[in-house]
Design a protein around this ligand. Structure first.
Ligand code: ADP
Ligand code: MG
Length: 260
């Protein structure tokens, strides 16, 4: 099966303030299987958001290919790029809701902007999604009246409106307490299972995301380590991965390291 997303030898560099060159992605290749959940982890500034921007064609790589369902995003322009982008639902940090619009209008926005749906059709579809995400009764509230977890759910509802085949989440639980974080991940897992989209989650919430990840990619110094099950991370012999395990995964995952 064609992967949902594929990077082939992708290089992305930036010129730093001091004139030096920073290779954020130093020739990385990986694929993201369709219909599964892939988690991208790694320290701050390692290139997680840059990776998502390359997928969306919001940034161009210096070299290499970025394929979405087999089509090269780096060569797409105009209408073709627009069409590639309609396959994505995006939920970035902070939910990016419009403060002056109600919950209903925030969620209805993509339908109004991108489809020719009639008002009754829009009411019906938005109502259905709001019910699925347990937001019924909150239609007329404004973002300022919502809890952090509710804002994320509204953001998710909006991202789902055009029935995307791929959902991209960039640190979706930032600012949430541990209980809400757990709730949001359960909601992601539930909607993913129901709708079958490909899910790519950039997250620091390790090991919380482990029970929903089918694949984990750890970004470090321009390179990627790919694990086809989260459990395998703890058995890596790579010193930088062992360090990652020690600093982020807590005691239960360290037992074998302590014994050595
Ligand atoms: N538009 C840009 N111009 C210059 N440098 C950038 C730009 N976008 C990102 N970077 C640099 O690339 C690195 C990776 O950024 P990013 O992907 O946002 O990190 P994170 O893994 O925290 O999401 C950072 O060092 C950042 O400073
Ligand atoms: Mg980021």
């Amino acid at each position: 099966m064609t992967p949902a997303i594929e990077f082939k030898n992708v290089v992305k560099t930036f010129v730093k303030g001091n004139g030096g060159i920073q290779a954020v992605l130093d020739g990385v290749s990986f694929s993201i299987p369709a219909g599964k959940t892939t988690v991208i982890a790694g320290g701050s500034g390692q290139g997680k958001s840059v990776t998502l921007k390359l997928v969306l064609g919001l940034m161009q790589p210096d070299s290499g290919q970025v394929l979405v369902h087999g089509q090269d995003v780096t060569r797409a322009k105009g209408k073709k790029l627009e069409q590639l982008r309609t396959q994505f639902g995006v939920l970035f940090q902070g939910s990016a809701l419009f403060d002056s619009l109600t919950v209903f209008e925030n969620v209805a926005l993509p339908l109004r902007e991108r489809t020719g749906r009639t008002e009754p059709e829009i009411r019906q579809q938005v109502g259905k999604t709001l019910a699925q995400l347990e937001l019924t009764g909150h239609e007329d509230k404004y973002p300022a009246q919502l809890s952090g977890g509710m804002k994320k759910r509204v953001g998710l509802a909006r991202a789902m409106q055009l029935n995307p085949s791929i959902m991209l989440f960039d640190e979706p639980t930032t600012g949430l307490d541990p209980v809400m974080t757990q709730d949001i991940y359960q909601l992601f897992a539930g909607t993913q299972a129901e709708f079958g989209f490909t899910s790519v989650i950039v997250s620091h919430d390790i090991p919380k995301i482990f029970n929903l990840a089918d694949q984990v990619i750890i970004l470090n110094s321009g390179k990627m380590d790919i694990f086809d099950s989260p459990e395998k991370i703890q058995w890596s012999e790579e010193p930088h991965i062992q360090e990652f395990v020690k600093t982020t995964m807590g005691k239960i995952y360290q037992s074998h390291l302590v014994e050595k």
